[in-house]
Write a protein of this length. Structure first.
Length: 131
């Protein structure tokens, strides 16, 4: 399954990231600056230098099937991922790539409607690299 890749390059912050056809990249200009990749109801949001706070509501906690903590390789570094899987079959994950070697913290939020889209969204995050 070869999917065409597009590359989003942010020369100002010095990073690039690949994303498949069918996803749209949008630079965030409201709130904390970053970039959002979206496909239908699914998104990958990325912030540099911002440890974006997150907490689950009681309703969200009640709808959880499981929570997993994993390590992912991103840009040659190990990132921590917390994955929330819901009874409806959708996913929410937070990935944090720690600041290192004069590179800032990178935070990713993934919201995916199903497992196939979730796999694509994780691949987007894993393609991140500093220039």
């Amino acid at each position: 399954n070869q999917t065409e890749k597009n590359v989003y390059v942010d020369n100002e912050r010095g990073f690039k990231i690949s994303y498949p056809d069918g996803w749209v990249a949008t630079k965030k200009t409201v709130g904390y600056s970053g970039v959002v990749f979206s496909k239908e109801d699914s998104v990958v949001e990325i912030w540099l230098t911002v440890d974006q706070p997150f907490s689950l509501s009681q309703e969200q906690k009640a709808a959880l099937v499981t929570t997993n903590t994993l390590n992912l390789k991103i840009g040659g570094q190990t990132a921590k991922m917390t994955e929330y899987i819901y009874t409806a079959g959708n996913y929410f994950s937070i990935i944090k790539l720690s600041a290192h070697e004069k590179k800032p913290l990178v935070t990713f939020w993934i919201k995916a409607e199903n497992q196939d889209i979730y796999s694509q969204a994780k691949a987007i995050a894993q393609s991140f690299s500093f220039n």
